[in-house]
Design a protein around this ligand. Structure first.
Ligand SMILES: [Zn+2]
Length: 112
């Protein structure tokens, strides 16, 4: 006598529509775990009376975001580096990007 077979779960739909990969605004690498980088640090925004929801965000990989927040003060980020263009003009950020693009995404990047 045959036991009723448990119906195999159809998993093909999980893979049918891969989400378009998002890329980091700085290094351009595709990352599964991009974070929303607030162009004005939240604490600075509060001080300037900007609502959290009104602060523009960009998608950034943890390595680039970590680099920015460890290298620059919140006021520098808020006043001088509050656009992607401004960040890309900084020589040291360009150097960091060149370096980080050679790092595998899977590797946790220590920025300091
Ligand atoms: Zn990045």
């Amino acid at each position: 006598m045959l036991l009723p077979m448990a119906r195999k779960k159809d998993v093909s739909s999980w893979y049918a529509e891969p989400k378009p990969a998002e890329t980091c605004v700085l290094c351009g690498r595709e990352a599964p775990n991009l974070t929303d980088h607030h162009l004005v640090p939240k604490s600075q925004g509060r001080r300037q009376g900007v609502k959290l929801g009104d602060i523009p965000t960009v998608k950034m990989c943890p390595a680039c975001q970590g680099y920015l927040t460890k290298t620059y003060s919140n006021s520098e980020l808020a006043n001088e580096l509050n656009t992607v263009e401004a960040m890309l003009e900084r020589e040291e950020i360009q150097k960091f990007i060149k370096w980080v693009q050679k790092q595998p995404m899977t590797k946790g990047v220590r920025v300091h």
